[in-house]
Design a protein around this ligand. Sequence first.
Ligand code: IMP
Length: 503
Amino acid sequence: MAKFFEEPSRTFSEYLLIPGYTGPDCTPDKVSLKTPLVKFKKGEEPALSLNIPMVSAVMQAVSGEEMACALAREGGVSFIYGSQTIESQAAMVRKVKSTKAGFVGSDSNISPEATLEDVIALRKETGHSTMAVTDNGQADGKLVGIVTSRDYRESRMDHSIQVKEFMTPFDKLIVGNEDITLSDANDLIWEHKLNQLPIVDKEQHLKAFVFRKDYESHKDNPNELLDENKRYIVGAGINTRDYATRVPALVEAGVDVLCIDSSEGYSAWQAETIKWIREHYGDRVKVGAGNVVDGDGFRFLADAGADFIKIGIGGGSICITREQKGIGRGQATATIDVAKARDAYFEETGVYIPICSDGGIVHDYHITLALAFGADFVMLGRYFARFKEAPNKIVSVNGNYMKEYWGEGSARARNWQRYDVGGDKKMSFVEGVDSYVPYAGSLRDNVGLSLSKIRHTMCNCGCLTIPELQRDAKVTLVSSTSIVEGGAHDVVVRDEHFDAKPQ
Ligand code: IMP
């Protein structure tokens, strides 16, 4: 006979947290949201941690290079979508790794023989006003000068004038040598009141730039997530088909962490993918796996060597997997069950494998609940798709600004690898929809507000860290009638259509 689970499967909205004692030192400014991203042995530190417990979904409509930089700046990680060519995904990773932070590879390069017209065109193309003038016009050429917007007046000068006529030449530049530390580079910038410092090798070949604005942005972003070279941490999605070519390209591009992106991860293909990575890279390349919804699935991927494990089938906002195939589990129950298996695995082996609750987060408090249930971080799609930094288009729908948001299993994304169960390579039916979500502005503002709510709730529960919340949270189920009590009720809520007249 089939195995029947005793508990019905439940979603986040069916639970609430019961406050614990809040002492005088338990204040939101003291809450740490630092959390492990990859597995570690008892008593050791994880090789990678997040400063906030949020990662963005492996989706075309969500995780491109701009999202990755914006989220890393706040302390989280994006997983650049894998449903694109290997070359374009690797190029996105490379872009993120060269955007920041400290030493930045030059993506605006021009030769001394080019014209002002070319400079204007290049500025439009890259959005950057600082250009390296190199003998061959390439990023690795010999530096002969730089051009910034201070060097020319677009409306007053003849556009056919050559760059060498108006650039700031090398002998007038302050430059750093390639062994300089970031802190010494920043000192030079301050001493000489520079906006940028070119870094060159002994033969005067350009290596990088250090920008003043990066130093200032770092001061504003105390949580930003950087590697040892001060570059943003970035992840990327892979599939169980083309990993032998995709993984090397992503590693070469500098990716920090991979994630096998699949709607259902309890499969031989995931184990094979991890095995291949271990054979070729040992533990140097970190890879998460999933998605699973019970302890058996967790144990399988843990034994296969996953660095983190993702939970969730059918709970995503754009997901119709449950309707189409009748598989899945309520996200809250799935998270609770997998967390139990993770704790048992830790007890048994001394290895802690972080788990990620993926999909179905609708309210900010759902994040806090997922953490209280044992998740170490959450993955969100709809949430991030609403922001300016997502790679999806902004459109007007009935006069309202919206962003397009489509599932990876929709006819639009056609990401068949995600739903691959071997055999036929075609997608014969869809598992996701194409939709709109209300435009919500910048990531920074929204994430700031969500984190503030999480910190306040944690203080209500008497917890200053995520492990404390996982250990000490008190959770209750809610009845359907008490859910009504949770929103505004028995009042007429005022809004812009409310036309009250004084009596
Ligand atoms: P959301 O945060 O509720 O929008 O859920 C995002 C999650 O839904 C992703 O991280 C994926 O796990 C999952 N997902 C993405 N595309 C699809 C799809 O087309 N069908 C089913 N699930 C999807």
